[in-house]
Ligand binder design. Sequence first.
Ligand SMILES: NC(=O)c1ccc[n+]([C@@H]2O[C@H](COP(=O)([O-])OP(=O)(O)OC[C@H]3O[C@@H](n4cnc5c(N)ncnc54)[C@H](OP(=O)(O)O)[C@@H]3O)[C@@H](O)[C@H]2O)c1
Length: 288
Amino acid sequence: MSNSTFKVVTIAGATGSLGYHITDAFLNNGSYKIKILRKKPKSENKNASLLASKGAEVIYVDYNDKNDLAKTLKGTDVIVSAIGGNELEATQRTLLIAAKEAGVKRFIPSEFGCDIKTINDVHLFHASKLAFLQELEKSGIEYTIIVTGLFQEYIGILGFDHKNKKATFYADSNTKIATTALSDIGKYTVESLKLPEARNGTIRVAGSVLTLNELLKKYEEITGTKWEVSEDFTIRQRFKNNTAPVPTIMDDFAAYLTVNSDIKNLHNDKFSFTPIPVAEVISTIVKT
Ligand SMILES: NC(=O)c1ccc[n+]([C@@H]2O[C@H](COP(=O)([O-])OP(=O)(O)OC[C@H]3O[C@@H](n4cnc5c(N)ncnc54)[C@H](OP(=O)(O)O)[C@@H]3O)[C@@H](O)[C@H]2O)c1
């Protein structure tokens, strides 16, 4: 498939935390006609209005109606899914069937996180994503999986509590963590359309890869204080074995992300821009 054949990009979930930045990056690039899918019924949304004012065409769809979706997708070259929420897998399944029927050339699934295909013990929160990837790979439609590590804006989930100047490490302090700013994920997604490696492949990018200790140092420099650090390395085990004190599933997910957010074999050097320094994003986080 020649890259020059991509003219129309349709983004599902464009109003979301990540989808907004992906859509904004496509609109700023200016080389593509951009359509965004919103789920019916019609509703007011600030991000949708902003994206429409920059030139995106907003289309309301019933994600349960494959025929309606396929009709809407006629003429689309690339679908980017940035859908979130509990019905992600079911929604993407219908979208994939409709995309095939409509002759869409490439499907970029709602991933943008850990390299889940390389993880042995995938978390419950990622199980349905993995099942969808397997289905996508078998579907015959061209695809690109984009792996970005953790959103930098969400870095606090790894145990960095800037309000109380406390950190809890869920793994050894030398554990490496890949993170990427939301706006950079947008730019990586746009430029991926031009990369030969992206055709039926995984693109791995990161704005920063630092250890927990190095991230802590950034927080300490930015806040100008020494932080209190504690360790809790048994969350995953306690959650699995229901051993007291039993962690919440969110704590278990945070511990899982900590040990699974390193990314190997990065494609950063294939891209034209320098990502935002993680310290810049942390500075914004601590101000809020
Ligand atoms: N790496 C990380 O740190 C990280 C963090 C968070 C999320 N993620 C991943 O990034 C992706 C996007 O997550 P997000 O947090 O940006 O999503 P989000 O903000 O929760 O949702 C994105 C959009 O999806 C649409 N949507 C919600 N439910 C839907 C449904 N049932 N059917 C169709 N559309 C639906 C909504 O748009 P409309 O109402 O306009 O249709 C919503 O604005 C997901 O794959 C998520 O797992 C990664």
